[in-house]
Ligand binder design. Sequence first.
Ligand SMILES: Cc1ncc(COP(=O)(O)O)c(C=O)c1O
Length: 414
Amino acid sequence: MNAHTSGTLERPLDRWGFTEFLREGRRRGHIYDMPELDGVNDAIVSMDGRKVRNLAGIGALGWQYDPAVRQAFLDTATDFGLVVGGSRMVQGLSQPHLRLERLLAQATGTQAALTFATGMLANVGFAHAMSTRLVVEDDLVIDNTDMVFVLDHDSHWSMWKAVEKFVPGQNLRTFRHNDPASLRRILQRLHGRKIVVGFETVYSADGSVAPVGELLDLCEESGAISFVDDANGFLMYGNGQRRFAQEYADLRRADFLMLALGKTVGISGGALAGDKAAIDAFRMLSGTSMFTTNLQPPSAGAMCLVIERMLADPSIADDYLNRVDRLRAQLLEIGCTINQTPSYITSIRIGSDRTAAQVREDFLRLGFLVPVFRYPAVPRNKAVIRIMMNNRLSDEDLQSFVDAVAELKRRYGF
Ligand SMILES: Cc1ncc(COP(=O)(O)O)c(C=O)c1O
């Protein structure tokens, strides 16, 4: 036994504080053990042999369980193998990736799309490509380091990560969440600069939907490039659906879109879509296309089938959205405070972070795995239950969930 293992001396790693952070975080209910599932991650999961209704998933429509989608995955694996499409400039690109990119461009009405392993890598790649300086040869230079990024303040972590190297006040500004007046003031101050304005369609924590048309009007008036993260809304809205039809008609005017495919499509991956020359340049300039791996062909093949089916049949999303409306009505009936915007993301207010930790535990005891968002996912003591309703839960499952919410609401008074 040496001095480190005997416990008499601090190990070098102790200076990072992980052990202490975990111990205190657990004691105060901020950190809990991840749910370990016995079998498949579906609407009903098994944990330690116990059946639990799962409201924590994000693949809302349940395409992952569709037999035809699974078959498309297997067939594509058989025909095209498992080699990823990363570093396409070196190793080339598979047919499933090419097909998916054409389909994404068609679905969004853009000239071209570029896939990434995740949505976050698409966001990081976009910010990098739009702000980079690369000297290929003395007279082959691209330099966009003079641009400024203007971001909705409540943007997703992956957007904030993407602009990490930007300097607030210099080449990074934020506008108030979903507030065109705030954006207008900032754009006026930046008159003449090369600007990218970034915002989301459907915000995943509060379920709000951006005033897309007004924000894009401001971009157009000021010559700013618009970048809209449609991770949460892609294909759920805008394909002939009634809900948020105006916002999604307006979205067609955006210069660039980010699409995350793990939500409505249900299979992990991301993409950028927009102007063809820019998208082609992003293959090199994003870094996250050239220096990290892409989706695997079977994922691309399965995604193509889901997207084709959703494009062909808007009632798939509409029927789901009707069920979400019913859930919202049930929650309102029992007196919950939920997000005002009737998007498919349902946020039930809890408030206190301490209560949130207890509520999560109690839900588990009652047989529900429920995503409770608390700081740092949302501001302190603004904890919420954030649900992307899983369409594979039956009406009875959802009724039991509402009954459990009512019980805990009585107990904790949220
Ligand atoms: C708004 C938004 N942008 C980006 C992402 C990241 O997507 P991915 O999980 O594919 O990296 C998410 C995922 O939750 C999201 O909600």
